[in-house]
Structure formats: structure tokens, C-alpha cells
Design a protein around this ligand. Structure first.
Ligand SMILES: [Cu+2]
Length: 153
């Protein structure tokens, strides 16, 4: 990709990504072993391409709430993250796409951030201690496909 700055053409600027730089997904290794239950759950999620992000080396991981996707800012980014037990996931509201929340589907266990809020500084943190696939949704935008999964491996 070439970018013109002040009449000069420069290639490959550090920190410049082709999609506007709002996603963090490209900074981390791909996670290709996404469980089938998560793949099916995210089948209508436009920003899920079949792979996740491997953050199994991290102690804390952030997921954007209200990232671009599903026809508006109705996406979690990254949609799928693989982590190790004991990792804290921090969901961070972007302020875009109106009111969002984070909830486990159905009984809201174990994940529930509370009623959906419009905010650009809201956060919700949860520490995953046990292995498994944790699917979650933004309740107001479930129908649009605003869903995600945390895979604890
Ligand atoms: Cu939402």
C-alpha cells in the first residue's frame, strides 16, 4: 500500500493498516482451532472469518465493544480470542453503534456486564479460570450478529 504525504510517496508506514487502524486483530497470531460450537454460533457474524486471535501468552486481553461490523458498529473485535486459564478479558466500549452490553446467551452466566449502555469509557472485565468455549452476545444487537467467543485453552 502506498501513501502520499506532502508530495512524497512512502510505502509501508509503521502502524498504518489497510482498514483504518481500528482493529488490533492483525497484531497477533491467528488462532485457527476455533471450536465448532463457536463457529456455528458466529455464522451470522460478519467480522468473523473463521479464525480467531491467539492471545494465550497474555495475562490481560482487550476486546472492543462497538467495533465496525455487521452493518454498523455492531461488532466485537476480535470476535474470537484464545486465551489461557487465569487471563482477564477487558471489554472496552468504543462509544459507537449505540447501546451495547456483554452477556452469555440465555441465563447470562457467567458473563453479564449489565443493561446495554452507550458509552465511550465503559469497561467490563472477567477472569476466565476454567477451560472451555465461552460464547457471548450483545443483547440489543444479537439479531444483527454482534456475537463473540472466548476460547480458554
Ligand atoms: Cu451492541
Amino acid at each position: 500500500m502506498l501513501t502520499t504525504i506532502g508530495g512524497l510517496t512512502v510505502g509501508s508506514l509503521a502502524g498504518c493498516s489497510s482498514d483504518g487502524g481500528e482493529t488490533t486483530e492483525n497484531d497477533y497470531p491467528e488462532y485457527t482451532d476455533v471450536p465448532q460450537s463457536a463457529e456455528e454460533y458466529l455464522s451470522s457474524t460478519s467480522n468473523f472469518d473463521g479464525t480467531g486471535v491467539d492471545r494465550t501468552d497474555a495475562e490481560e486481553v482487550s476486546v472492543t465493544v462497538g467495533a465496525r461490523g455487521n452493518g454498523s458498529y455492531w461488532a466485537f473485535d476480535p470476535a474470537v480470542v484464545a486465551i489461557s486459564p487465569g487471563t482477564t478479558v477487558v471489554w472496552e466500549w468504543s462509544g459507537r453503534g449505540s447501546a451495547h452490553n456483554v452477556a452469555s446467551p440465555g441465563d447470562r452466566e457467567p458473563l453479564y456486564s449489565g443493561p446495554a449502555v452507550t458509552s465511550d469509557n465503559e469497561t467490563y472485565a472477567y477472569t476466565f479460570e476454567s477451560s472451555g468455549t465461552y460464547r457471548y452476545v450483545c443483547e440489543p444487537h444479537e439479531i444483527q450478529g454482534m456475537k463473540g467467543a472466548i476460547v480458554v485453552v
